[in-house]
Design a protein around this ligand. Structure first.
Ligand SMILES: [Mn+2]
Length: 245
């Protein structure tokens, strides 16, 4: 059982991830239910948006999903939509996305958090501490978009992802294989006890001690804009509950 959830709306070139906060399990709450409902209601909101060929209005979508999700628990969320060679995004918490161009990371979204390892979250009936803005960044055909939960961001430096993308590009792999390779490497880093990790770096900055990776669910969606203004997308999820996946 994974705490994170995602959706892919291929027709509207829109993808999203949500990461349920695991500590709810202590209170007998299914920590993934809030995230799953949030992504389900976001998908419906996107599907119902009129006119159908307009750019997906991410603030409205996330706002509607937030209003309609009444499960116990809380979650981060990041949704991105591709239209006319721009990637529009909305991000609350510590999930995020990166854009790779010619095997180099050229853009990385910002996270929003109260403090180290305390991301902003959506929770029913609780007002969020800030209003997330929609960001807009240009993308080119051939770019690779990686949307993910903190399970990836905490366990892989962009340079490690660059290496996988470079190797994958040489071998002509598709988005599905790329998502799988990235998630697998993040998984192995997460259970390593001696590697340097972005999470360990962030801990150090916060004056805390942490060595090695960070065990967490890992969700990765890889998108690849084509010349026809279409985003090809595939997702990969790795749950820490089953180390043998
Ligand atoms: Mn997480």
């Amino acid at each position: 059982m994974s705490f994170s959830a995602h959706f892919i709306h291929a027709e509207k070139n829109t993808i999203g991830v949500a990461d349920g906060v695991g500590s709810w399990a202590k209170y007998g709450v299914d920590a993934g239910e809030y995230a799953r409902q949030l992504m389900r209601t976001a998908l419906i909101a996107i599907h119902n948006q009129r006119p159908p060929n307009a750019v997906v209005k991410l603030r409205e979508v996330l706002g509607e999903a937030f209003q309609k999700t009444m499960a116990s628990g809380s979650s981060t969320a990041c949704i991105v939509t591709f239209k006319d060679y721009y990637l529009h995004s909305i991000n609350l918490g510590d999930s995020g996305f990166m854009i790779f161009r010619k095997n180099k990371c050229v853009y990385k979204s910002l996270i929003s958090q109260h403090g180290f390892n305390q991301p902003y979250q959506l929770q029913w009936g609780i007002s969020i501490p800030y209003r997330p803005k929609v960001d807009k960044v240009a993308v080119l055909p051939g770019d690779i978009i990686v949307l993910c939960t903190d399970g990836l961001l905490d366990n892989m430096f962009p340079a490690e992802i660059e290496d996988i993308i470079e190797k994958g590009t040489l071998e002509g792999v598709n988005t599905e294989q790329l998502a799988s390779s990235i998630a697998t490497m993040a998984f192995f880093n997460s259970i390593e006890e001696n590697v340097d990790s972005p999470f360990a770096d962030a801990a150090r900055w916060a004056g805390q001690e942490h060595i090695g990776g960070k065990r967490d669910d890992i969700t990765v969606i890889v998108g690849h804009p084509l010349v026809k203004n279409v985003l090809l997308m595939k997702a990969q999820q790795k749950s820490q509950q089953n180390p043998f996946y």
